[in-house]
Design a protein. Structure first.
Length: 139
């Protein structure tokens, strides 16, 4: 349910009010994805509760390759740097912005070196890439 300001989810006897994130909602409306998503993480804080969908992570096989097939198929342009962005040549790999990713999974089969995994499926030896990926987008 959307009340014009917040998104309200009714789950059993629970009601969860989410802060409106217009940029994400706009991107979701542009895609042909289902109008629902399964939340993998729920956070709460002083501003209320919000959902964080499980995102995908680009791991070690991308280093030095940066094929960018994943960039071409991403419906919300959450993989950076793209070939036309500043910093593409200097970056050793591509990264998925966890705040922009809508968990559609389109990037995973597009990767020719099998470097992209759902966060929960990242192989143990590459688990450090979850933090590396998130840190790339911090300040």
């Amino acid at each position: 349910m959307y009340d014009g300001v917040n998104i309200v989810l009714l789950i059993g006897n629970w009601q969860l009010t989410l802060r409106k994130q217009p940029s994400i909602l706009k991107k979701i409306r542009k895609t042909k994805l289902p109008r629902y998503a399964i939340a993998k993480k729920v956070y709460s804080g002083p501003g209320g509760g919000y959902l964080k969908l499980m995102t995908y992570v680009i791991t070690q096989p991308c280093i030095g390759v940066k094929d960018a097939s994943c960039v071409d198929v991403c419906p919300v342009d959450c993989i950076h740097p793209s070939q036309n962005e500043e910093g593409f040549d200097a970056a050793e790999q591509l990264y998925i912005n966890p705040d922009e990713c809508i968990d559609c999974g389109a990037c995973e089969p597009a990767c020719p070196v099998t470097a992209i995994f759902e966060e929960s499926a990242v192989p143990t030896e590459w688990s450090k890439f979850i933090k590396i990926n998130a840190d790339f987008f911090k300040g």
